[in-house]
Ligand binder design. Structure first.
Ligand SMILES: *[C@@H]1O[C@H](CO)[C@@H](O)[C@H](O)[C@H]1NC(C)=O
Ligand SMILES: *[C@@H]1O[C@H](CO)[C@@H](O)[C@H](O)[C@H]1NC(C)=O
Ligand SMILES: *[C@@H]1O[C@H](CO)[C@@H](O)[C@H](O)[C@H]1NC(C)=O
Ligand SMILES: *[C@@H]1O[C@H](CO)[C@@H](O)[C@H](O)[C@H]1NC(C)=O
Length: 301
C-alpha cells in the first residue's frame, strides 16, 4: 500500500517531481564513545558503537518549514527503522560493507501528494582496535634474534608504529618504525643488545580507532652453552676438591689426637691422669725420633 502511494505521489503530478530535486540534504554520521562524539564523514564507522545518522535538509528559503516529513532508514543489514525525526540511532553489531538507504517523504499540504527523496551511501563498518596481546616468545636473551608475535584486534589495514626503549628510558627525540598491517598478527624482529628491562611502545591505528600501549620485557644475559658446560665442570671440580680437602682435614684432625694424645691432654678430668699420659706421649716421641735418625745415618754410612 505504502509503496503504491509513493509511486502515485512521484508519478502523479509534474510539480512534485521538480520539487523532489529540491528536497536537498546530506547524511552526517556521528559515533559516541564514552563522552566523546566523533563525526564520521569518511564513510567509515566503528562496529558495536552507538551511532547516529542525521539528515540535514538544505532549505535556505524555508519552503519546507511547515511540511511533515517521514523518514525510512534501511541500514542495509536487514534492519529498517521508520520515524518522523531527521535522525536515527542505531549501531552495526558486525563489521562489513553496507549500503544505507534513506527515503524522505514530504507532505507539503493535505491536498498535495507526498514528495519523496532517496539517499544512499556506502558505509564501511570496521572493528575498533581494543587490545594488543603479546603471544610469543615469553623470554628473551641478549644478542639472540627475537621474533615477537602480537595479536591485534580491530579491522585491518592498520598502521603500526613501534620502538624499543632500552631500560625503558623515555626517548622524546627518537621516532618510531612505521609498518602497515594487513592482518591481525604483528611480527616484530629485534635483537636485544643489553640485559635488563626493556620497553616496547606500540601505537596502532585504523580508519576509526587508535590504540597505544607499552610492553615491558625482561632480557636475560646470554647463556652461552659452552660457558654453561665450562662453569658446571668448574663447579664439579671445585665441589670434588672441597670434598677431598674436607676428608683430608677430618682424617688429620683425627690423627693428631691419636698420635700426640692431644685429646687426653685437653681432658681436664684429673691432673694426674693427664700428666701420666703426657709423659707417655713424650716417651713415644722420644723413642721414634732417634730410631728414624739412626736408620738414616746407618744407610748413609
Ligand atoms: C565522562 O564524563 C564524566 C563527567 O563529566 C566523567 O566522570 C567520566 O569519567 C567521563 N568518562 C569518560 C570515559 O571519559
Ligand atoms: C521555494 O518556494 C519559492 C516560492 O514560494 C520558489 O520560488 C523557490 O524556487 C522555492 N525554492 C526551492 C529551493 O524549492
Ligand atoms: C569493503 O570495501 C572496501 C573497499 O571500499 C574493501 O577494501 C573491503 O575489503 C571491503 N570489506 C569487506 C568486508 O568486504
Ligand atoms: C620479521 O620477520 C618475519 C619473518 O621471519 C617477517 O615475516 C616479518 O615481516 C618481519 N617483521 C618486520 C616488522 O620486519
Amino acid at each position: 500500500m505504502l509503496l503504491l502511494l509513493v509511486l502515485l505521489g512521484v508519478a502523479g503530478t509534474t510539480d512534485p517531481l521538480s520539487d523532489l530535486e529540491n528536497v536537498a540534504g546530506k547524511l552526517v554520521f556521528y559515533q559516541m564513545e564514552g563522552n566523546a562524539t566523533y563525526v564520521r564523514d569518511m564513510g567509515d564507522l566503528a562496529s558495536d558503537v552507538p551511532t547516529e545518522t542525521m539528515f540535514e535538509l538544505f532549505d535556505p528559503q524555508r519552503n519546507f518549514s511547515r511540511s511533515k516529513f517521514t523518514y525510512t532508514w534501511d541500514l542495509g543489514n536487514g534492519e529498517v527503522i521508520q520515524g518522523t525525526e531527521p535522525v536515527v540511532r542505531y549501531h552495526y553489531p558486525e563489521s562489513g560493507n553496507y549500503t544505507l538507504r534513506l527515503k524522505v517523504g514530504v507532505s507539503i499540504s493535505k491536498y498535495t501528494p507526498a514528495i519523496t527523496g532517496m539517499y544512499s551511501t556506502d558505509v564501511q563498518v570496521l572493528d575498533a582496535i581494543k587490545n594488543i596481546e603479546l603471544r610469543s616468545p615469553s623470554d628473551y636473551e641478549v644478542s639472540q634474534d627475537s621474533s615477537l608475535a602480537f595479536h591485534v584486534d580491530g579491522s585491518p589495514p592498520m598502521w603500526v608504529c613501534w620502538r624499543f626503549l632500552p631500560y625503558c628510558v623515555p626517548d622524546t627525540m627518537g621516532g618510531c618504525t612505521l609498518t602497515m598491517l594487513y592482518e591481525n598478527t604483528l611480527r616484530l624482529n629485534h635483537t636485544f643488545t643489553s640485559p635488563g628491562v626493556h620497553c616496547l611502545d606500540i601505537s596502532v591505528r585504523n580508519e576509526i580507532s587508535k590504540l597505544q600501549t607499552s610492553f615491558s620485557l625482561y632480557v636475560k644475559r646470554n647463556n652461552n652453552p659452552q660457558l654453561v658446560f665450562m662453569l658446571s665442570c668448574a663447579a664439579i671440580l671445585i665441589a670434588t676438591f672441597s670434598f677431598i680437602a674436607v676428608i683430608a682435614c677430618r682424617s688429620r684432625t683425627q690423627q693428631i689426637p691419636v698420635s700426640s694424645n692431644a685429646l687426653y691432654l685437653k681432658n681436664p678430668d684429673s691432673e694426674g691422669q693427664s700428666s701420666v699420659l703426657f709423659k707417655f706421649s713424650n716417651l713415644e716421641r722420644g723413642e721414634k725420633e732417634p730410631l728414624l735418625l739412626q736408620c738414616g745415618t746407618q744407610y748413609i754410612s
